[in-house]
Write a protein that binds this ligand. Structure first.
Ligand SMILES: NC(=O)c1ccc[n+]([C@@H]2O[C@H](COP(=O)([O-])OP(=O)(O)OC[C@H]3O[C@@H](n4cnc5c(N)ncnc54)[C@H](OP(=O)(O)O)[C@@H]3O)[C@@H](O)[C@H]2O)c1
Length: 84
């Protein structure tokens, strides 16, 4: 999830874990120590949470992040833009 360490991202991640997601990758350009507690809560709820540092505007970084997220798991998601 891009922006997964941000305010909205952590709310959506919590929603996904509540709905049964067990493998979640949260993506941001930098570490956000203020998100540690929320990430810990997701893990305590039973999810394997990976935090990946990547800039989605950098094709190489994004490709590496997608490859890492799919490691051993089927990558799933959705796009909120009409037509995706
Ligand atoms: N919170 C609200 O009530 C609200 C309401 C309406 C709309 N929005 C919009 O929804 C979006 C998210 O809001 P938010 O409150 O969750 O913001 P936020 O707390 O600042 O979180 C944004 C997240 O996106 C990451 N990010 C930004 N650019 C990135 C990039 N190029 N590659 C990878 N990660 C990137 C940031 O991490 P890094 O900076 O470390 O990369 C951060 O984790 C914003 O566009 C905001 O304008 C928010």
């Amino acid at each position: 999830m891009t922006g997964g360490l941000g305010a909205l991202g952590l709310v959506v991640a919590g929603h996904l874990v509540d709905r049964g997601a067990r493998h979640v990758t949260l993506l941001g350009r930098s570490a956000r120590p203020e998100s540690d507690a929320a990430v810990g809560a997701l893990r305590a709820a039973g999810a394997e949470v990976r935090v990946v540092a990547a800039d989605v505007t950098d094709r190489g970084q994004l490709a590496a992040a997608v490859a890492a997220a799919g490691d051993g798991h089927r990558l799933r998601g959705w796009c909120m833009r009409r037509g995706c």
